[in-house]
Design a protein around this ligand. Sequence first.
Ligand code: NAP
Length: 409
Amino acid sequence: MSEPIRIGLLGHGTVGGAFETLVTQRADAVEATTGRRPEVVGVLTRSQGDFDSILADSDVIVEVMGGLDPAKEMLASALRSGKHVITANKQLLSRHGDELWAIARENGVQLRFEAAVAGVVPVIRVLTGSLAGSRIDRIHGIVNGTTNFILSEMARTGADYADVLAEAQELGYAEADPTEDVAGLDAAAKISILARLAFGTSVDPDSVPCEGIEGIQPDDIAYASELGLGLKLIATAERVGEGISVRVHPAFLYPGHPLASVGGAFNAVTIESEDITEITLSGPGAGGPQTASAVLGDLVAIASGAVAEVPPATNELPVVSDSESAFYLHLEVEDRPGVLSQVATVLGDHGVSVRSVVQRGNAGNARLVMVSHPVADSNFRAALSVLAGLESLRAQPRAIRVIEEDFGG
Ligand SMILES: NC(=O)c1ccc[n+]([C@@H]2O[C@H](COP(=O)([O-])OP(=O)(O)OC[C@H]3O[C@@H](n4cnc5c(N)ncnc54)[C@H](OP(=O)(O)O)[C@@H]3O)[C@@H](O)[C@H]2O)c1
């Protein structure tokens, strides 16, 4: 008889329930692969189980409760008692990952977390394993399925944000309170974990500039599609000069970008490095069985004796607030001679050069939809505030970043 690998399961909701089912179904296969048979020896919920006795009986703690408290203290205590830990908790790791990874290192145990970013998409494994020796230049991710579903539906049907959000809530893709997802906060937590792994720099998720998708209008999506652009909520971590920029915002992509074709509730992450050009990983970013599968992968790695460690953050690069992007700009202006040149002058004065323009008449007004070449955010924002004050303007200008990279895919 092989020695079992005893699992203490903290949380028995969407992911925890699915994990218990999966680990039971796959027990023979895990035993055949690792020589150890997985067994759930205790389950903790708000109404069931006792943490101390579960900890005493377990070899591995699987934390799928969510939240910071009591998850943080429980995981720290498990690691200190020499138990390996697997967690799907992005909020906890984005805020307290360094402290917990340090406790894991000090105690010679593992803290694995594949499911915490992009569900079953194995981005953690690629960053910490396959690409551990590469110099990463940039990561762009669609790391929130709810917003990707909403934007995909808005593009497909032309419906407005509020209607598609209501549909997403009915289908179970969005929470009753969708703020974490639609305002970009969930994506900010995930990209700060990826930035930590890619650049060895800790990034406080609360400091990540976040723009959500609440203000996106269906006509922005329609006009931009005439220019060949599709809209996604993109989380970015990239080197800028000697520092890094980490941010979340909606962005238009050209069709050759690997993330352009990722629709519905799927997640995808593109990792760029000079050595490799780019790698894109995609798949389901959420869902009980899918997330449970990522947790099971971590369990198999531990049971096999594979070792994984997040090294200390020794590379504290400054996090810069200004970055460079191309921009889509939507202006509703009075339809009379001279207005276009006025707009062009303001843009030119701020170093914004225009790559393409579409103009439409609209009952005495004109719509100007343009895409700029890359420009510093600060310059573009300054141009925008001057444009907003023009007398010929009929509505607030609307601006959305454009990711120019095109890998020809
Ligand atoms: N759902 C997904 O698709 C998904 C995807 C990727 C990552 N994740 C992450 O996985 C984790 C779990 O998500 P979920 O969707 O499975 O959550 P969930 O359905 O709300 O389940 C949470 C479970 O944890 C238990 N729990 C919560 N607080 C507790 C406490 N203070 N003490 C004891 N038990 C507690 C709950 O117990 P009660 O039943 O007694 O309330 C419930 O069993 C989160 O960190 C989430 O971010 C989820």
